[in-house]
Write a protein that binds this ligand. Structure first.
Ligand code: G3P
Length: 226
């Protein structure tokens, strides 16, 4: 059993940018929370692992871990167990981000363990083919992100709209309940609007918000595209 973040979501991956070191992660999450409260948009914060408790304790919007490892509580020094992520107050977790790839069978183990604890799973895929394979493990979300566009200034929705459309088609053919997101280079409300028009149910983004001079203003613009 697991919960759901819903359709039309903006997930902000804080990654490991210096802009969110320490208490600054809470500041960014509060900006996300403020925009969510003012607009009614679903915004999800995905802070660095070491700030999960601080962020989840400070805001009412859903918080995701950037990763989990398929480890049970106990002798697992340095690993991130699904149980500790749940105890931090997280709603769920990313799995298999392009910057933290794992084998497909490990993705499957992580999803199973997350679901046992009611954690939502957002699985990343680099390609349509990867997305199709990973759909067999039935995560709640698959986020397609071409690695070459990550961190760039051109949105996947304009650089490669076909990958978004085809991922939606292929994933839904495997399991119509999986929601498809897209990411890489997403920067503004027009990009989000384009993602929705291509059949995605939201976006996963990072640098456009985390590195912005005014994250609040960027977030306001982003959610205008939902
Ligand atoms: O997880 C989101 C990410 O990989 C996309 O990064 O900076 O292109 O929005 P960015």
């Amino acid at each position: 059993m697991s919960s759901d973040l819903g359709s039309k979501v903006v997930i902000v991956n804080f990654k490991a940018y210096a802009e969110v070191d320490g208490v600054k992660a809470v500041d960014l999450a509060k900006a996300c929370e403020k925009v969510a409260a003012e607009t009614g948009a679903k915004i999800v914060a995905c802070p660095p692992m070491v700030e999960l408790s601080a962020v989840a304790g400070a805001v009412s919007i859903p918080v995701l871990s950037q990763n989990i490892d398929p480890k049970k509580p106990g002798s697992a020094t340095g690993w991130i167990t699904p149980s500790m992520v749940k105890a931090c107050g997280c709603a769920g977790t990313l799995i298999n981000h392009a910057e933290h790839k794992v084998a497909p069978e490990v993705v499957g183990q992580c999803i199973e363990m997350a679901h046992e604890l009611g954690l939502v799973t957002v699985v990343c895929a680099n390609t349509v083919e990867d997305a199709k394979v990973l759909a067999a493990y039935a995560p709640e979300y698959i986020a397609v992100e071409p690695p070459e566009l990550i961190g760039g200034d051109v949105s996947v929705t304009s650089a490669d709209p076909a990958i978004v459309k085809n991922t939606v088609e292929q994933v839904k053919a495997v399991n119509p309940n999986i929601r498809v997101l897209c990411g890489a280079g997403v920067k503004n409300g027009k990009d989000v609007e384009a993602a929705i028009a291509l059949g995605a149910e939201g976006v996963l983004l990072a640098s456009g918000v985390v590195k912005a001079k005014d994250p609040y203003a960027v977030l306001k613009d982003l959610v205008s595209g939902l």
